[in-house]
Structures are given as structure tokens and as C-alpha cells.
Design a protein around this ligand. Structure first.
Ligand SMILES: NC(=O)c1ccc[n+]([C@@H]2O[C@H](COP(=O)([O-])OP(=O)(O)OC[C@H]3O[C@@H](n4cnc5c(N)ncnc54)[C@H](OP(=O)(O)O)[C@@H]3O)[C@@H](O)[C@H]2O)c1
Length: 333
């Protein structure tokens, strides 16, 4: 089966997705009987569109050398299309959104209405428009998949969406943001917040504008998505969110000496979406390090499930995105 993909976003995750599609082409053919043809790639500079399939090796080279796809003018036509126009015009089976476009819900909805599957790692569409997007996709039996929005490729969405379907989940407690884990670990060693943040930025762990991470917004988006999936739709506006700004390193250092770690913890229950810094025992699954995320799920039948794994990184996020692309292709048949 040949599957045509329209790729939106060619940043860290987009490039990693292209690399996986290139590098594992043979395996996907053998294991799933599928070949993937990327028919368009868009970044903020434009859209490269070729119905016969784009040479991903060259696309990666152009983006890495010039920083923008619009520099690629010798062989390919560069189109100036809005995502809405590109979703309508480009003939594709699956639209892959690995952008950070906060208004992407608009073109997700168009894609669903056009009968195209959607795979996304972009959180705001789901954190604000879950009911509309998932509802529309279900009515039309179109795959709308978002594994990589929470815990990158560590399969918490798949677990909740496709497994334990007879269980009633009572609560989820989770650490869902790796940048804050890094900063808090440094503060536990006595570094002031500002210094810890600078350190994280220098290593490329925190963004130049780190506000979504340090204010707990990113974790809040993810907790909201989990809530919508488990207990029914809510939006980020229903979440109570406190970040890690203003914490005192002395307090964290003392707690650490007493066997407690400070982490940004999300609690998701039927009537609650809460994100705030909490002290957790050093031997708790929530006392994660580095780019690890962890979630403790309590269900009526299974009791306690612990899921732990990478929660960030291009390759780790591409794992979730590519898995969803394969699922979407299977569902579209
Ligand atoms: N990195 C991670 O570890 C991780 C983990 C889980 C989820 N995510 C999510 O995955 C998404 C991508 O992350 P990233 O790290 O790859 O970000 P990134 O490096 O900043 O890349 C974002 C890409 O989206 C493009 N873009 C933005 N708006 C667009 C639009 N309207 N149309 C077409 N392209 C557009 C940008 O174009 P330009 O190149 O022209 O700027 C860029 O190529 C984000 O939503 C992020 O929250 C990331």
C-alpha cells in the first residue's frame, strides 16, 4: 500500500520524522506492507509540493543548509499557500502536523472534512478544541491521532485509547514536562531559578522563550488532553496551573536531604485538572530525571499502572508520530 503524506512543520520533529521515514523505509515495507510518499512539506517560508513524491534526503539538506524550504527553487516549485489552502489542494491520505501553529485546529478540521487522516504532535488544537476535532473525526470515521502530544512516543495515549477499555480510570498523577524537571534538579543542587533556566537554555533543553514550560502551561495542555481522553472533553481554561517560577532553591535542597524530590506534577481526576510543583518521595516513579516522563494511573480493575519513558526529544517524538502515521494508514485501509 502506498500512503501519501502532507507534512506540516520541518523543525526538530519534522526533520526527525523525515529521517525515520527515510531510514526505515525497507522495514515499513516488510513489516507493514506500506510505502510512504511525502507529497508536500511546509514550513513558514512556503510549501514544496510534488505529487510524485519529494526526495526527503534533499529536503533535509536544503532545510539544514538554508534554514528554509523556500530556498529550494532549482528543482521544486515553492508554493505560497496557507495551511488551510495546502490541506485542501494537496492530494494526500494523511496530514501530519508537527508545527507549533496554535490555530492549527482550523486546518485539522478541514483535513477531517476532506476525508484525510490527521496525525499531530501539536498540543493547543487538542487542549482547546478536543470535542470538536475528535467528534468530527469519529462521525466521519477518519483517524485523528495524537500520541506524541503527551509523553512524546511513550505510549500513554495509545494505552488509554486502545487498551484498558473495560477499566474505569480513577486518577492519573504524572510528570509531563522535562524542561521543568531539569531546572528543578539543578535547583535541588542549590542553583537559583534564573541560573538553572540559563543552564537549560544553553544546553538547548529550554526554549529561548521558556514561558510555556516554566509557567506550567505545556504540562497543563498535556493534562487537559489526558482529561479529555479519560473523563470527557474539557479545555485548558478548566485547568488550574501553577508553574515553577518563584520557588526557593534552599527549600528544594532541604527537601532533597530529607528524601523528597520536587517535580511539576499533574493530577487528572473526573472534576480536576491540576498542575503544580509538589514534593514526591525520592523512590516514587514520579521522581524522574532528565527527559523522562512518568505517569501513575489508578484504575478499578488493574489497580496501579506505571508508565515511564522519554517525554521529549526529536527522535522520541518522531516515534509517536510515525507510529500514528502507520496506524492512520491501516485505518484508512
Ligand atoms: N521537540 C519535542 O521534544 C516535542 C515533543 C512533543 C511534542 N512536540 C510538539 O511538536 C511540534 C513541533 O516541535 P519542534 O520541536 O519540531 O518545533 P520547531 O523546531 O520549532 O519546529 C516547528 C516547525 O513548524 C513550522 N511551522 C510553524 N507554523 C507553521 C505553519 N503555520 N505552517 C507550516 N509550518 C509551520 C516551523 O517553520 P519554520 O522552520 O519556518 O520556523 C518549523 O519548521 C510542536 O507543536 C511541539 O510542541 C515537540
Amino acid at each position: 500500500m502506498e500512503v501519501r503524506l502532507s507534512l506540516f512543520g520541518f523543525g526538530n520533529v519534522g526533520k526527525a520524522v523525515a529521517e525515520v521515514l527515510l531510514g526505515k523505509d525497507f522495514l515499513f515495507r516488510k513489516r507493514h506492507g506500506m510505502t510512504f510518499k511525502v507529497v508536500s512539506i511546509s514550513d513558514t517560508s512556503g510549501t514544496i509540493w510534488l505529487p510524485e513524491g519529494i526526495d526527503l534526503r534533499e529536503a533535509l539538506l536544503v532545510k539544514r543548509s538554508f534554514g528554509k524550504l523556500s530556498a529550494w527553487t532549482n528543482e521544486y516549485e515553492v508554493y505560497n499557500l496557507s495551511p488551510e489552502e495546502a490541506v485542501r489542494e494537496v492530494d494526500a491520505d494523511v496530514v501530519v502536523d508537527v508545527t507549533n501553529d496554535k490555530n492549527a485546529h482550523r486546518w485539522h478540521l478541514i483535513a477531517i472534512k476532506e476525508g484525510k487522516g490527521v496525525v499531530t504532535s501539536n498540543k493547543p488544537p487538542l487542549a482547546f478544541h478536543y470535542a470538536e476535532l475528535v467528534g468530527e473525526a469519529e462521525r466521519r470515521t477518519i483517524p485523528y491521532l495524537f500520541e506524541a502530544t503527551v509523553m512524546a512516543g511513550t505510549p500513554i495515549i495509545g494505552l488509554l485509547r486502545e487498551n484498558i477499555l473495560g477499566d474505569s480510570v480513577r486518577s492519573i498523577r504524572a510528570v509531563l514536562n522535562a524542561t521543568t524537571t531539569f531546572i528543578l534538579s539543578k535547583m535541588e543542587q542549590g542553583l537559583e531559578f534564573e541560573m538553572a533556566l540559563k543552564h537549560a537554555q544553553k544546553l538547548g533543553i529550554a526554549e529561548t522563550d521558556p514561558s510555556e514550560d516554566i509557567q506550567g502551561i505545556d504540562a497543563g495542555y498535556k493534562a487537559t488532553i489526558l482529561h479529555s481522553l479519560v473523563f470527557g472533553p474539557k479545555t485548558f481554561r478548566d485547568a488550574e496551573v501553577r508553574g515553577i517560577v518563584g520557588l526557593n532553591p534552599e527549600n528544594l535542597k532541604e527537601a532533597r536531604k530529607l528524601g523528597m524530590r520536587t517535580r511539576l506534577v499533574a493530577t487528572v481526576e473526573r472534576e480536576k485538572i491540576l498542575v503544580r510543583p509538589e514534593k514526591v518521595p525520592a523512590n516514587s516513579p514520579l521522581a524522574v530525571e532528565n527527559n523522562e516522563n512518568a505517569a501513575i494511573l489508578e484504575t478499578d480493575l488493574l489497580g496501579r499502572i506505571v508508565l515511564k519513558g522519554p517525554g521529549a526529544g526529536p527522535k522520541e517524538t518522531a516515534s509517536g508520530v510515525v507510529s500514528d502515521i502507520i496506524k492512520a494508514a491501516k485505518l484508512l485501509g
